[in-house]
Design a protein around this ligand. Structure first.
Ligand SMILES: [Zn+2]
Ligand SMILES: [Zn+2]
Length: 368
């Protein structure tokens, strides 16, 4: 079939929205009509070359839609199902899966990082006959996509697809860091560096967990209002006074939990400073490969600070996707408030520029 998709041909080039040929799903694959697709910083890391990807490639790794065709061997999803596309499926059998650490399963890393189906081939061809990759094996910036059945998580039809699309990456990353990884307790103080889609998801989850003090930190002052709407109790401008401001709001100690939702080594080090003795720093944002973060190790020893990482919200999918969707529908996790901008696929380059400006909570591409 012919589809419209946003294709990256060269590092730092604008995306080309063009017609591609999408082959039919193979026996273990599923054709999904996209409803909505989020615009995430990790897509930009592919555009700027920080994340290596064979090109040309259809980008987009957050998305939700409706199943319109299934391969002959597919039993896990049916035509008409609403699904979130999940770029980190797990095998259920390896050492990590057996321990319940399903986000550490590497069974699908090969095709996901190279942007192919599980057999190493692609289903996309451009008008000049070149094969085109599928980012994260899901390629959500397209009106239709073929994905391996393992990458579909069936959700309730009560969940709006724009909300569901964000659960596929940004929301799960932020909410899971709070609920799964650090297990923030009621009454805690929480600081979050970066009030984009992931950071605001941390804010919402901290509120859900009963945190008493939720301090959002961002370089863009306009983010303050969005953060407060998501549940922050205070907003602190990023800069040389941020640590002192956080300490002033926590009786001089620093926050019990500090989350870094940007992926910047300097900010990560500052997060350790902003944490109270005995507190926990959680790195959620992904730095470029090979990045080293300077940490004052004497402080870590003397003040017993915990430094942890959380990948994809330390999540167990599909359990957590459905939990977060249910919490949204019941009003406990206002994911819809994150969506500050909506775009058509033709506006994808504008959506990326808006994200980079820092003015956006989360932008979502909507399909008909
Ligand atoms: Zn993402
Ligand atoms: Zn596994």
């Amino acid at each position: 079939m012919k589809i419209q998709a946003a294709v990256l041909y060269d590092i730092n080039a604008p995306l080309q929205v063009e017609t591609l040929d999408l082959a039919s799903p193979q026996p273990n694959e599923v054709l999904v009509k996209m409803g909505a697709a989020g615009v995430c910083h990790s897509d930009y890391h592919v555009i700027n070359g920080q994340a290596a990807q064979v090109l040309p490639c259809v980008l987009g790794h957050e998305g939700a839609g409706v199943v319109v065709e299934t391969g002959a061997a597919v039993t896990s999803v049916s035509v008409g199902d609403h699904v979130i596309l999940n770029w980190l499926p797990h095998c259920g059998a390896c050492f990590y899966c057996q321990k319940g650490l399903t986000n550490l399963c590497t069974a699908y890393h090969g095709p996901v990082w190279s942007g192919t189906m599980l057999d190493g081939s692609t289903r996309l061809t451009n008008t000049t006959g070149d094969s085109v990759r599928h980012l994260s094996s899901i390629a959500t910036w397209a009106d239709h996509t073929v994905v391996p059945a393992e990458f579909c998580v069936v959700i309730s039809k009560d969940v709006p697809l724009d909300v569901a699309s964000l659960v596929g990456c940004g929301v799960t990353t932020g909410v899971g860091a709070v609920l799964n990884k650090t297990k923030v307790e009621p009454g805690s103080s929480v600081a979050v560096y970066g009030a984009g889609g992931v950071g605001l998801s941390v804010v919402m989850a901290a509120k859900l967990a009963g945190a008493a003090n939720i301090i959002a930190v961002d370089r863009v002052a306009a983010k303050g209002a969005v953060a407060m709407q998501s549940g922050a109790t205070h907003f602190v401008p990023a800069g040389p006074n941020a640590v002192a401001d956080i300490q002033a709001l926590t009786e001089g100690r620093g926050a019990d939990y500090v989350f870094e939702a940007i992926g910047n080594a300097t900010v990560q080090a500052e997060c350790v400073e902003a944490t109270r003795p005995g507190g926990t720093v959680c790195f959620v944002g992904l730095t470029a490969g090979g990045t080293t973060t300077p940490l004052n190790s004497a402080v870590l020893v003397r003040q017993e600070k915990h430094v942890v990482g959380s990948f994809y919200g330390s999540a167990h999918n599909p359990r957590d996707f459905n939990t977060y969707c249910d919490l949204c529908v019941s009003g406990h996790l206002p994911i819809d408030d994150l969506i500050t901008h909506r775009y058509s696929l033709d506006q994808i380059n504008i959506a990326i520029d808006d994200m980079l400006s820092g003015e956006v909570g989360r932008g979502v591409v909507m399909f008909d």
